[in-house]
Design a protein around this ligand. Structure first.
Ligand SMILES: Nc1ncnc2c1ncn2[C@@H]1O[C@H](COP(=O)(O)OP(=O)(O)OP(=O)(O)O)[C@@H](O)[C@H]1O
Length: 606
């Protein structure tokens, strides 16, 4: 298989858009379907609910933040449309656009402080917005928004000066929903969506790849406001009456239940979730006073028992019937591009945690085009040193220089953007990414693409994504994982996940590569393959820092070895000198153990 064919992945990419267009054309054509008023209304309601669920899914499923302010954004779209169309200018397109913008603005009022404060504060801040709906309606004169009794007399919609008959409005609702879902799908099935999956992995991975958690979450949250505001606007035109009681917590309850049925991060399954909830909601008019209790109970039970929803179920079934390929091509086959490394210099770097001196005035020089091994027993400060270099922790004192760039006070995102890439002791592989996309994630920050370009699949988007995927495919060939490029990365065996992480770090074209116990858990053949790859990377000019317990690997690979003990440098030199150093032998390898033992801990125990 060629690099290009691995990078391209899916055959017949036009199939999905063509199918979606066909479905939209059929459903939008109400007269040919022969739908009566009941079914037309049901389809309109499904569309409005699907818009709401997609908004909630973006914030909760993709960005991991519960947006409790959904009814407030919906209310903004509905009341703005009611007011504009009745008293200012009646045009459906204008009202849709202004409602989306107003929903974003209102959402950001709560979203900016909520996301800055972190934790559950977004849910709390947005919840306050819902409380503001009745207060706002009390304050604004009844002659403007209708007060507690609601806004009546919303006119029939007009579009570009023409009045819209009922079937034309129905078609607009279907087309707007289909269009939004195409844009929503493009947004999440892209490097932007992959970045959101990286966010799900926890607080450390995203900054190490140069991705800002706050910016990504805020962008997603703002995007999530768009379909909610649009749904509010369409709702006002559809019912031609807006009342505060339809904008309460019941709305968020129904939306959450539909999302649970559809599954977090679902796309088209949202329509199934919405249809089920609508059916249950129609039934519940017979036991109206109990409906919130019933939906609340479903939320709890569904959340516990139905994790992943329909989308998750489909993925599990697919995994069961389509076996995961595990073939391995043998590492070191592909060509390694030039990696222009830079010298790394640590100057009396210190890190203390309370009274613990994790790193005590460490000075070292790691040269470009060399592998510098950092060895020492457990707790000697190796990982902390890597964390200080990569910006995940800040030094208490000292200086860190990469070439002539001072990294000492830079946060992890900036350090990553300066060309520092790393792996972790436990491989950090986000769920739901293919092996190819997990590797390409290493390059997302190198050439950012705007969200608009992403959603519209602009020529720039296509070019950058193709080039990134080709680079990822090239690194997969180097580490011998081309045969599993399309498989789910997180489901791979430990050795494969370590190679995926290594390929991801290399895919960023790093000037400095930090490897934290990259050989741990690998079998003999895998360690040999790893050594082959690392020699190629070194020969390509990268600066490599290798934290490792496997002393045989260190001996065979390292140009220079730095030995840490209790946070300080005990000694440094070439591997042969270190292997014969009396104190190293005595303290870590054991005087009788010799240096051919595989790990430092084993030697210490000897
Ligand atoms: N966040 C922290 N808070 C308090 N102490 C810490 C923290 N991180 C590390 N330490 C302490 O700093 C010392 C060095 O830890 P570090 O993880 O860097 O060692 P290491 O050489 O990488 O060990 P290992 O080989 O087990 O990974 C240890 O005593 C550890 O307990």
């Amino acid at each position: 298989m060629s690099i290009q064919s691995i990078a391209t992945g899916r055959a017949r990419p036009w199939l999905l858009p063509a199918g979606w267009l066909l479905v939209t054309a059929v459903v939008a054509n109400q007269p040919s379907l022969g739908l009566d008023a009941f079914w037309t209304r049901q389809i309109v309601l499904v569309c409005l609910s699907a818009l709401l669920v997609s908004g909630l899914n973006l914030s909760l499923g993709w960005a991991g933040e519960l947006n409790m302010g959904l009814p407030a954004m919906y209310a903004v779209g509905a009341y703005l449309t009611a007011y504009l169309s009745s008293k200012v200018f009646n045009d459906l397109a204008v009202c849709l656009v202004l409602s989306a913008v107003a929903a974003i603005v209102v959402g950001l009022l709560a979203g900016v402080p909520g996301l800055r404060l972190g934790g559950w504060m977004l849910a709390v801040c947005t919840f306050l917005l819902v409380g503001l709906i009745p207060v706002t309606l009390q304050v604004i004169p009844t002659s403007i928004l209708g007060g507690q009794s609601g806004f009546v007399g919303i006119p029939r919609p007009r579009l570009f000066g023409h009045p819209l008959r009922e079937e034309a409005f129905y078609a607009v609702v279907v087309v707007v929903t289909a269009l939004w879902f195409a844009l929503y799908r493009n947004a999440v099935k892209s490097p932007f969506g992959d970045s959101l999956l990286v966010l799900q992995h926890g607080p450390v991975l995203a900054p190490s790849l140069g991705l800002s958690r706050y910016r990504l979450k805020l962008t997603t949250y703002a995007l999530a406001s768009v379909p909610i505001g649009v749904a509010g606007s369409l709702f006002a035109y559809n019912d031609r009456f807006v009342a505060p009681e339809s904008l309460g917590l019941h709305l968020i309850l129904l939306t959450l239940v539909a999302l649970i049925i559809a599954g977090r991060r679902s796309i088209y399954a949202i329509f199934v979730g919405v249809v089920v909830v609508q059916y249950l909601n129609n039934l519940s008019t017979e036991f109206d006073e109990w409906s919130d209790v019933a939906f609340g109970a479903f939320l709890v039970i569904g959340g516990l028992a139905f994790g992943g929803g329909i989308a998750g179920l489909a993925r599990r079934v697919a995994r069961r019937f389509i076996p995961v390929a595990t073939a391995h091509a043998g590492a070191g086959a592909g060509a390694v591009p030039d990696l222009s490394g830079a010298d790394l210099r640590l100057d009396a770097v210190r890190k203390t945690f309370g009274g613990v001196h994790a790193v005590a005035d460490v000075s070292l020089l790691a040269r470009a085009g060399q592998i510098t091994a950092l060895i020492g027993p457990n707790g000697s400060g190796k990982t902390t040193t890597l964390n200080l270099i990569s910006g995940l922790q800040r030094p208490t004192a000292g200086r860190i220089l990469l070439g002539d760039r001072d990294l000492t006070r830079l946060p992890a995102i900036q350090v990553a953007r300066c060309g520092v890439a790393r792996t972790f002791q436990t491989p950090a592989i986000p769920i739901e990414l293919t092996v190819l996309d997990a590797v390409a994630a290493g390059r997302i920050q190198r050439r950012p693409i705007s969200l608009l370009s992403t959603m519209l699949r602009s020529p720039k988007y296509r070019r950058v994504v193709r080039e990134n995927r080709e680079a990822a495919a090239q690194w997969l060939a180097v580490v011998g994982l081309s045969p599993v490029a399309g498989e789910p990365a997180a489901a791979m065996a430990l050795g494969t996940r370590r190679m995926i992480e290594l390929a991801r770090a290399l895919c960023a074209d790093p000037s400095l590569l930090l490897l934290d116990e990259v050989a741990s858990g690998l079998d003999r053949d895998e360690v040999e393959e790893l050594a082959t790859v690392l020699r190629k990377v070194r020969d390509a000019g990268a600066t490599v820092i290798l934290v490792e317990h496997n002393f045989s690997l260190v001996r065979s690979l390292a140009d220079h070895v730095v030995v840490l003990a209790e946070g300080a440098v005990l000694t440094d030199g070439d591997p042969r000198t270190i292997a014969e150093h009396p104190e190293v032998l005595e303290r870590f390898l054991g005087t009788g153990a010799g240096v051919s033992g595989t790990t430092l801990q084993e030697g210490r125990r000897a």
